[in-house]
Design a protein around this ligand. Sequence first.
Ligand SMILES: *[C@@H]1O[C@H](CO)[C@@H](O)[C@H](O)[C@H]1NC(C)=O
Ligand SMILES: *[C@@H]1O[C@H](CO)[C@@H](O)[C@H](O)[C@H]1NC(C)=O
Length: 219
Amino acid sequence: MSILFVFSLFLLLNVPKSCIAEKDYEFFMLAQQWPKGYCNRMGVQCKSRPNKFTIHGLWPQGLNGQLLTNCDASSSLSHDDIKTVEKQLYSNWPSLIGRDFDFWSSEWKKHGTCSEKEFSKLEYFETALHNHAQNDLMGILKRANIVPNKKQLYNISSVVAAVHQHTQHQPHLVCYFDALRNVSALYEIGICYEEDGKSYKNCLDPHGTCYGTELIYPK
Ligand SMILES: *[C@@H]1O[C@H](CO)[C@@H](O)[C@H](O)[C@H]1NC(C)=O
Ligand SMILES: *[C@@H]1O[C@H](CO)[C@@H](O)[C@H](O)[C@H]1NC(C)=O
């Protein structure tokens, strides 16, 4: 093989990677689930329902909130990668329906790999834990007199405003439709961050999947 051939092969193999290296995602959303709501949805069988918001995931997003997924099939999580934060993960990032490690591992594969150039495995999990700790949503809502209740209806804009009060930015609410009560029911709240994973940023759609003007915050 000529040196020239080897050199051009080298260029060819490297082109795709360097093309996408610059800007692989635009911002993050930290999704925290409300177990009582999450588990009340039809067809969901939970093994535990902690009485606090727990981490669902930290999701790198593309332009206009386009969800990026499965960016590196060859990257998989091992216990060793997260040994130093495993205790915190069990408490703050539990799977409500399956094995905890499997949950972290699938979140890493599906989402974490999309910011892997900026955040190593450990940094990714540490960032999620740190941001979760900075945003105790149950306490944040309680300060606005929004507390879990089977029947009470809360103005959706007031729920958004309560989170805004804490972050100075718009969150993203996620609801399921409670057909029995004919109303939206809260089960997740997203908080958005700039590319650095630190500075807050407005989420694109505050009311998210919460239809109507009011919601319940299931107890
Ligand atoms: C809900 O809250 C918003 C903002 O705080 C307010 O403008 C609106 O009138 C409220 N809606 C109802 C139905 O109370
Ligand atoms: C359900 O709620 C919507 C809006 O709040 C209302 O317009 C509709 O009439 C309700 N449907 C039933 C069956 O109560």
